[in-house]
Design a protein around this ligand. Structure first.
Ligand SMILES: Nc1ncnc2c1ncn2[C@@H]1O[C@H](COP(=O)(O)OP(=O)(O)OP(=O)(O)O)[C@@H](O)[C@H]1O
Ligand SMILES: [Mg+2]
Length: 456
């Protein structure tokens, strides 16, 4: 045994910050991977959606695309939205990790450690598990009980005698207090189909047997009806369970020592041990690697150190698909005086396929606002929608979209359940667009000789 644990870790959600994009449910492609103009909450941006869809197909098939994806386009044109659409298209157990380039500066961790963790979160390991279980329809059940020592209204289970039957056989098993108390708590009775893990003793109520039900008709309402299991009562069940490499790393620092400090470092030693064990599991066909997607928004915020680290990591055996997004044209690579397309070093750019998002048409702006309002449960008057569309066209889609929630609040305070023109007018009067905020400050600073130096 290598002493490496691959089970027993908590699951944490990998998707974050989806609130802004709650209307997006996928990439909206047809079976030939062509974008449907309006689908899955996305509107237009057909090329970028198809570019993203092809990458998702590769990832889903477990093939490693030779290149990452770079989404380029003006602010508010749906780059982040498309990345969220990619996440939604991936299978349930394929990891999707989203971060912003600036996040590497926000922690006490080393930048490369932060990126390593992000990459390892984006790689899954699908474990094939075989569990020994007892499964069958409860033919009879007798629970031995005694009064609870402290609570006179409760009883504790000491053990149980249980007969399980399948369409093939019937077996009587004796269980101890741990299993018996679960049987009591789950209120297991004859006619229920249950599963007991032979190793851990965990009891799962799978449902109510269809065959048993006829006898109980009318007595009480049942939950799920299931078939009476087939085959032997004691059997081996195959299941899968997916963890990220980062989950496994974490489980191993916990396993290694007492948890005195909260932020423990994952050493290279732990990681290479985990990798060895993972390779062994894969070779023994006990597990399968599931590379997912690492999405880095505002990629121009990464610095030269981060880029060169990413570049190297992508060559490694275990690597996720990297998707970057930026709204910068030519800009300085952070940490250097060098200018580069999108602030990304050329050797990194070589590893990326580029897709663009465009400024949306008036019709598309209108449609997006309509979808967003509906997703957020905001009832928009047609004229209010028209006004918001004007604002989206004149300023930005983002600005218009951001006014939706405040307009709803104003509407509520003015006693209306529908957002009308006057409500949009009010919020438009108090919140300004970023172009206006820049212009405003410039104009104000110019008036004063002292402050005007801030304009330089
Ligand atoms: N084509 C689209 N279809 C549906 N919703 C969209 C579309 N484009 C943008 N949106 C919505 O408009 C808002 C702004 O879009 P998003 O945040 O994706 O822009 P972005 O291109 O990532 O901008 P930035 O460069 O500033 O990061 C989001 O709420 C997004 O869901
Ligand atoms: Mg974005």
């Amino acid at each position: 045994m290598s002493g490496i644990v691959v089970k027993e870790v908590e699951r944490r959600p990998v998707e974050r910050g989806l609130g802004l994009h709650s209307h997006i449910t996928g990439l909206g492609l047809d079976e030939k991977l062509k974008a449907i103009h309006i689908a899955d909450g996305l509107v237009g941006q057909e090329e970028a959606r198809e570019a993203a869809g092809i990458m998702v197909e590769l990832v889903k098939k477990g093939r490693r695309p030779g290149h990452g994806l770079l989404l380029v386009g003006p602010p508010g044109t749906g780059k982040t939205a498309i990345a969220i659409g990619m996440a939604r298209e991936l299978g349930r157990d394929v990891p999707f990790v989203a971060m912003s380039g600036s996040e590497i500066y926000g922690t006490t961790m080393k930048k490369t450690e932060f990126l390593t963790q992000a990459m390892r979160r984006a790689i899954g390991l699908r474990l094939f598990e075989q569990r020994e279980v007892y499964e069958g329809e409860v033919a009879s059940i007798e629970i031995e009980k005694s009064p609870h020592p402290f609570n006179p209204y409760a009883q504790v289970a000491l053990g149980a005698l249980l007969t399980l039957k399948t369409s093939k056989e019937e077996k009587t098993i004796e269980v101890g207090d741990r299993v018996a108390s679960q049987l009591l708590r789950l209120n297991v009775r004859t006619g229920d189909v249950i599963e007991i893990d032979a190793e851990t003793g965990r009891v799962v109520k799978l449902g109510r047997s269809k065959l048993a039900e006829s006898k109980w008709k009318g007595e009480y309402r049942v939950g799920r009806l299931v078939d009476r299991p087939d085959g032997p009562v004691r059997k081996t069940k195959k299941t899968t369970h997916t963890l990220s490499l980062h989950d496994i790393d974490m489980a191993n620092i916990r396993a290694g020592r007492a948890l005195l400090f909260r932020e423990e470092e994952i050493t290279d030693e732990i990681r290479s041990k985990v990798d060895e064990e993972v390779e062994r599991l894969i070779k023994d066909k006990q597990a399968q690697l599931v590379p997912g997607i690492l999405f880095i928004d505002e990629a121009h915020m990464l610095d030269i150190e981060a880029f060169s680290f990413l570049n190297r990591s992508l060559e490694q055996e275990f690597a996720p698909l990297v998707v970057l997004a930026t709204n910068r044209a030519v800009t300085k690579i952070r940490g250097t005086d060098l200018f580069s397309p999108h602030g990304i070093p050329i050797d990194m750019l070589d590893r990326l396929l580029i897709a663009k998002t465009k400024l949306p048409s008036r019709d598309d702006i209108k449609k997006i606002l309509e979808i967003k309002a509906a997703a957020d449960g905001i009832d928009l008057d047609p004229q209010a929608l028209e006004l918001l569309t004007d604002l989206g066209e004149k300023h930005t889609l983002r600005y218009a979209a951001q006014l939706l929630q405040p307009a709803k609040v104003i509407a509520e305070y003015m006693g209306s359940s529908v957002v009308k023109v006057e409500h949009v007018e009010r919020v438009k009067g108090v919140y300004i667009d970023v172009r206006d905020s820049i212009r405003y400050l410039e104009d104000e600073l110019k008036k004063d000789p002292v402050f005007s130096q801030f304009l330089k």
